[in-house]
Design a protein around this ligand. Sequence first.
Ligand code: IMP
Ligand code: MG
Length: 175
Amino acid sequence: MPHKIKPAHVLISKSRLKRKIQKLGRQISRDYKGKKLVLIGILKGAFVFMADLLREISIPVEIDFLQVVSYGASKKSSGVIKVKKDIDLPITGKHVLLVEDIVDYGYTLDYLLDFMEKKKAKSVKVCALLDKPSRRKVNVPIAYKGFEVPDKFIVGFGLDFAEKLRNMPEVSNLE
Ligand code: IMP
Ligand code: MG
């Protein structure tokens, strides 16, 4: 049965995404010059952003990924989070930048900041492409931020609706 996909409205175009990611890459390269930097992408949503961001970074950098699952009646509103796939690289003494697609309630990053600090990283900061501040439940410091988005369901550029639409090249909202 074909999956019925709702029409989407483009919020952030390809060229705006490109320019912003170039800017973030330059900023990160400047701030972490001479430091041991590890980008850690949060699967699956962040993989598109991570791939573009990585190529805008001009200093030595390592990468890894982790994946979390959230439990509870409603997936999106649950504050109960568990790491499903941990990182493989040792990060002791390194500077970690958690790369996320979107910060919504903030539960995921709140949990992961704590999780990373326990691994004795030298520093742990967040780089998020999108921020939906109107829905925040826990305060999460976002050191590098792409765009703020309205309280709508966002898809494309790695973000999914029921595992579909990650391949859309722009950031859109479902109507
Ligand atoms: P938080 O713990 O509520 O901040 O959850 C953030 C995670 O929920 C993100 O990593 C996304 O995977 C997912 N998410 C939140 N809002 C959206 C959205 O509008 N579209 C797609 N995924 C979303
Ligand atoms: Mg995610």
